[in-house]
Write a protein that binds this ligand. Structure first.
Ligand code: NI
Length: 238
């Protein structure tokens, strides 16, 4: 499965954030910083105050084969991650969704059917989010508190409609394009800093193969693997 990436938008946002050097930034008002509250109109790429912490994130699951394999690796490595799940896949594989949560991992909302929110009206965006919340809650007993937008498709209008932290990333493994475990693990090891958010997808076998070496490289550098909400707390890991 190939996701179309909006490279121009990524570069544009990178340019915006490069100038402010903060955890969050607004597109339509003054920059706001908050560890755990008031993320309206805000997006998160990295939480520098969470020194020694790194958050691995996996999008587009659950996958019936690869997600359980990944959960085993995380447990063996004594690590947790954050999974941005697609609602119609949660509905199809609720038991895998429950296993993600049972492992101490975080679950985030990645829309109902991987829709590009920039093409949707406010009502449709609300439905995408609420139906996915409901499916995740039915499987785990808990609604997600964070959102990631499919295709990196964002706008000021879309962000303003989402009353939750919208989680981007500062380390993009491009694992959907380059199916090389060695390359993926190298990008993680070379790119991760304190408070980094690493983007991967647990729908590719090559990504799963990269996770253990990536985690071991990060641990060797002294990093602790934590969930995104743990990062957002702003508390250091060391
Ligand atoms: Ni996605």
């Amino acid at each position: 499965m190939r996701w179309i990436k909006t490279a121009v938008i990524v570069l544009g946002l990178t340019a915006i954030l490069a100038g402010c050097g903060t955890t969050t930034a607004t597109l339509d008002g003054p920059t706001r910083i908050s560890a755990s509250t008031e993320y309206h109109h805000g997006e998160v790429r990295r939480v520098p105050s969470a020194t020694g912490c790194v958050a691995l994130t996996f999008d587009d699951g659950p996958h019936p084969i690869f997600t359980p394999l990944l959960l085993d690796i995380l447990a063996e490595e004594d690590a947790v991650a954050t999974f941005f799940l697609v609602g119609d896949r949660v509905q199809r594989w609720p038991e895998i969704t429950a296993a993600i949560a049972a492992g101490g991992n975080e679950i985030g909302n990645h829309s109902w059917n991987h829709a590009a929110f920039t093409s949707l009206g406010a009502d449709d965006i609300a439905t995408q989010l609420s139906s996915t919340d409901a499916a995740i809650a039915a499987a785990t007993g808990r609604e997600p508190s964070i959102v990631r937008l499919p295709y990196d498709a964002w706008s000021a209008r879309v962000l303003a409609l989402i009353e939750r932290p919208v989680i981007f990333w500062d380390v993009d493994t491009l694992d959907w394009r380059y199916h090389s475990p060695t390359r993926i693990a190298s990008v993680v090891a070379a790119g991760a800093r304190s408070g980094s958010i690493v983007l991967m997808h647990d729908i590719h076998s090559t990504t799963i193969s990269a996770v253990r070496p990536a985690i071991q490289a990060l641990k060797a550098e002294g990093y602790e693997l934590v969930t995104v909400s743990r990062l957002l707390s702003g508390q250091p890991c060391n």
